[in-house]
Design a protein around this ligand. Structure first.
Ligand SMILES: [Zn+2]
Length: 312
């Protein structure tokens, strides 16, 4: 997630983490022959998808620090909007109050959202990305306009509420409802990553992009264009991907195969479906360049916001 500065619409970016696979268990990965791997990562056929409603438990943790007072005030209403959105997708989010220590997290079953003071957010991001001290300065720069990271391999989303509030919220009391929508949309988007989705703008010719072009349901919840929107949409293919993921279907098996490493996952999707990456595009609202995963440069892969940025 990118914080683009107050008064601007954010170019929402993947905050999905570029898992090194350090934390993921290797248990799920099988040794596949190239043809088997190609078949597994083909999105041309998702195989049988269990479309029945799925339940996911989410630990919602808001730190007790004074810095998070506004967050605590708004979190119940924000969460309600998140739940309502996913209900439309047939996903029943069950909230449990997060303790300081995570419970038994598991991909597709029990996830965790941590709304943290900024310092803690940075510290946990260092740890989650395994950023050693020599690289922490570089990471700090990368983080300058970030507010949130979704770590698929940890089943956890880290949010710096203060950063988000400072960079994005409208200070006008009349905009409190809009701020709540924006906050909810951020969590909806990041949860989308933990439910097996990549960005709707990742490729120009994948099923999501093709379907998005032919529907008027915008803005897509996995797109950039979600700041302050009171309503988000999704396409059917995303719905099927989520259900495939949550029911242990093909999409879940794909992620298992890469130990829930989102970067590796996209590489394999691209390779075996012959997808084309979207060129960096300008968000028409903010004039910002939008971003995709920079898969070529590991030290930079703290998120996908590593293309040349055209800050204004
Ligand atoms: Zn994202």
């Amino acid at each position: 997630m990118k914080c683009s500065g107050r008064g601007k619409f954010a170019g929402l970016i993947l905050a999905v983490a570029l898992a090194w696979g350090l934390y993921a268990s290797a248990a799920g990965a099988a040794d596949l022959a190239p043809r088997e791997e190609a078949a597994l990562f083909s999105l041309a056929d998702l195989g049988p998808v269990d479309a029945s409603p799925q339940t996911v438990t989410v630990e919602l943790y808001v730190g007790p620090e004074p810095e998070l007072a506004d967050c605590r005030r708004m979190s119940a209403q924000v969460w309600q909007q998140v739940v309502q959105f996913y209900a439309r997708l047939g996903v029943n989010l069950v909230e449990v109050a997060g303790e300081a220590q995570p419970g038994p997290l598991a991909p597709a079953q029990r996830l965790r959202i941590e709304l943290l003071p900024d310092k803690q957010w940075l510290a946990r991001s260092y740890r989650a990305f395994d950023v050693a001290p020599p690289f922490q300065l570089r990471f700090l720069q990368v983080c300058l306009d970030k507010c949130a990271f979704a770590h698929l391999n940890l089943s956890t989303i880290h949010v710096s509420f203060k950063r988000f509030q400072k960079a994005e919220f409208s200070p006008d009391p009349q905009d409190a409802g809009l701020n709540r929508h924006w906050m909810a949309n951020l969590l909806i988007h990041e949860l989308g990553h933990l439910l097996g989705l990549y960005h709707s703008f990742e490729f120009t010719d994948d099923p999501v992009a093709l379907e998005t072009k032919t529907t008027s349901i915008t803005p897509n919840f996995m797109s950039h264009d979600i700041a302050f929107k009171s309503d988000l949409g999704f396409v059917d293919f995303q719905n099927r991907m989520i259900h495939s993921y949550l029911s242990g279907g093909k999409v879940f098996q794909q992620y298992q195969q890469v130990n829930f490493d989102a970067l590796k996952y996209l590489e394999l999707l691209k390779r075996y479906n012959n997808f084309h990456e979207s060129p960096p595009t300008r968000s028409f609202k903010s004039g910002k360049v939008s971003y995709r995963l920079a898969s070529s440069d590991r030290p930079q892969t703290f998120d996908d916001d590593d293309d040349d940025e055209d800050d204004d």
